[in-house]
Design a protein around this ligand. Structure first.
Ligand SMILES: NC(=O)c1ccc[n+]([C@@H]2O[C@H](COP(=O)([O-])OP(=O)(O)OC[C@H]3O[C@@H](n4cnc5c(N)ncnc54)[C@H](O)[C@@H]3O)[C@@H](O)[C@H]2O)c1
Ligand SMILES: NC(=O)c1ccc[n+]([C@@H]2O[C@H](COP(=O)([O-])OP(=O)(O)OC[C@H]3O[C@@H](n4cnc5c(N)ncnc54)[C@H](O)[C@@H]3O)[C@@H](O)[C@H]2O)c1
Lengths: 206, 206
């Protein structure tokens, strides 16, 4: 088993090599470390979890590394998802190229606001929350993204779980309860700002 | 020095105890662990970095723990910030209660879109990017948030650094270059989805 903190970094290495221009065939732990603010020693240590061997003074072969990490991180597996709450954050996620490239397949958008229901966002039409249960069952949806206000988040979560969703990606600032067998990840982007400010105020790196 | 990964978790403990109703005076490592999906052993280990002692069978005193963590995480220090790019993501951040509560003080919003410049978002008026340099100098701004398209991000970053900003919080999917002495944190929320999908597909926890 690869530890989560290593998987998190492996994904950063993947998205870096994936953004390299086609003529770059080798990437060193130095190059990866500098671009991502990670020590080259740690990069080398992380790479021991991969079967791709580096070459002294050249580094890792980009095409092989990209393909290996793509499989390891399951980026080649598409997952049907719905986004509930098509406000500012929900619409930013629905439009985000990065999610499309990582094979999150958004198949449905839901909201309760009569002014939003029936309008289009990208190439999807926003549906009313009342239609979500049947939609999830008919479209093999496994992941639900929650971008509604905090007071509605648990209710939306229960609806998603009740319809058979197995993974919940939550952005509302509230600790959700899910039954065993349902995987929950809550984002809390304030955490990023808190760590940035600590660096700034302590004017050093840990 | 407390390791970053521990600080990340301490912030999650803080935001959990900060959201507890006032009549709850004690919180156990069990309670914290269950709410946040972290093992109680790890919670207890993290708490050894804090000077707050737990009591057997009762746990940690909530008011003392909250105040201690607030200081440790520098949540009581306000930082003047600007957001550059007031589209979907930028406006979601400008309106997010969580950032206000963590003492990020957004004092300026900037964009280049003539349809947005001059309109209001919350209680601020969106200004044109051309006014940002002087605004940063006159308003003691130390942090810049980048929510513009990837192709404009480095140029916006250089403008912020040139005006004297010392911390950059970047959401554009591109590896930015900053000089020494400027602290950079890049968010990559796709990473969260990638880890969630791995849990789902491997149907287990690491
Ligand atoms: N985690 C983070 O980092 C972060 C950052 C910004 C915002 N947020 C949170 O994300 C959520 C959305 O923020 P926003 O700025 O997009 O808010 P918003 O008000 O722009 O959008 C919320 C949307 O949810 C819809 N909605 C409300 N109740 C609903 C329900 N029961 N079912 C379906 N749709 C419902 C509304 O009609 C609206 O379209 C909020 O909880 C906010 O606190 C989190
Ligand atoms: N990191 C993440 O997790 C994440 C998630 C969603 C979106 N994004 C990224 O965040 C950025 C914003 O996404 P969005 O959905 O809000 O896009 P958007 O198109 O809704 O907003 C972009 C805004 O930036 C403005 N802008 C463009 N060039 C500018 C410049 N040089 N100076 C100032 N303002 C400028 C535009 O006028 C617009 O208002 C994009 O780079 C997107 O890829 C990141």
């Amino acid at each position: 088993m690869i530890p989560w903190v290593v998987l998190e970094r492996l994904y950063l290495y993947y998205s870096y090599v994936d953004s390299l221009p086609p003529e770059i065939n080798w990437v060193s732990s130095q190059m990866l470390g500098e671009a991502l603010g990670i020590s080259p020693d740690l990069v080398r240590k992380d790479m021991t979890y991969c079967e791709i061997k580096g070459k002294p003074r050249q580094g890792y072969p980009v095409p092989e590394l990209r393909n290996y990490l793509k499989k390891l991180l399951k980026l080649d597996t598409s997952v049907n998802s719905v986004i509930v709450g098509t406000g500012r954050l929900g619409s930013a996620l629905a439009n985000y190229e990065g999610l499309k490239k990582s094979n999150m397949h958004v198949v449905g958008l839901f909201d309760t606001d009569p002014k939003k229901v029936g309008t289009t966002l990208g190439d999807l039409t926003i549906m009313h929350l009342g239609k979500m249960h049947d939609f999830i069952k008919e479209n093999d949806v496994v992941c639900g993204v929650i971008t509604v206000p905090a007071h509605s988040a648990q209710q939306v979560c229960d609806l998603l779980v009740g319809a058979g969703v197995k993974a919940i990606w939550n952005f509302a600032p509230v600790a959700l309860k899910v039954p065993d067998g349902v995987y929950l990840r809550s984002e809390n982007i304030v955490q990023g700002f808190v760590l940035l400010r600590i660096s700034l105020l302590e004017a050093n790196q840990h």
